[in-house]
Design a protein around this ligand. Structure first.
Ligand code: HEC
Length: 139
């Protein structure tokens, strides 16, 4: 494994969870990786012009499918049905992006991308704790 900056950050965050026993560090690291994947998905899809590049949209949205599935399983495993539902609606929005892209429907891609973005905020407002050093942790 290469110790890139994100890896070191993830290891640090994982270590904190080990201390507070919130979640096993490997699970926490997988979760953080899913979040970075989702950031890539959302950042890419909202970039000007991308909503009309349907092949790119399909490729990027497909990577969001796995990430949302990881997030949904995480919250289902914790017995938090509300958070799991938010992640599930992210999956629905990803499928809507894929469907619209395959139909060459640019405004459909944009509407569904906004739906994906709404799930980020809905969950972060409740479950993401921002730390002073700019990282965050799960609540
Ligand atoms: C169901 C809950 C949930 C959803 C949905 C969700 N997040 Fe998160 N996200 C969290 C929590 C909790 C954290 C704090 C844990 C962490 O930082 O790893 C977090 C952290 C992050 C981080 C920091 C990751 C890191 O390096 O540690 C990014 C970036 C992020 N989310 C992006 C997104 C984006 C973009 C979306 C939507 C496309 C999204 N998230 C959807 C719960 C969620």
């Amino acid at each position: 494994m290469k110790y890139t900056v994100p890896t070191v950050l993830a290891l640090g965050v994982g270590g904190m969870f080990a201390l507070t026993q919130v979640a096993p560090p490997d699970e926490t690291m997988r979760y953080a990786q899913a979040m970075r994947d989702l950031r890539f998905v959302e950042d890419t899809l909202v970039r000007p012009g991308v909503s009309g590049q349907f092949a790119t949209v399909v490729q990027v949205a497909e990577s969001g499918r796995d990430a949302f599935a990881t997030v949904e399983a995480f919250w289902a495993g914790r017995g938090d049905a509300v958070a799991a539902d938010i992640a599930a609606s992210g999956l629905v929005a990803v499928e809507a992006v894929l469907g619209a892209a395959r139909n060459g429907d640019r405004s459909g891609v944009e509407a569904a991308t906004a739906q994906i973005g709404a799930t980020c905020t809905a969950c972060h407002d409740v479950h993401r704790v921002r730390l002073p050093d700019g990282t965050s942790r799960i609540r």
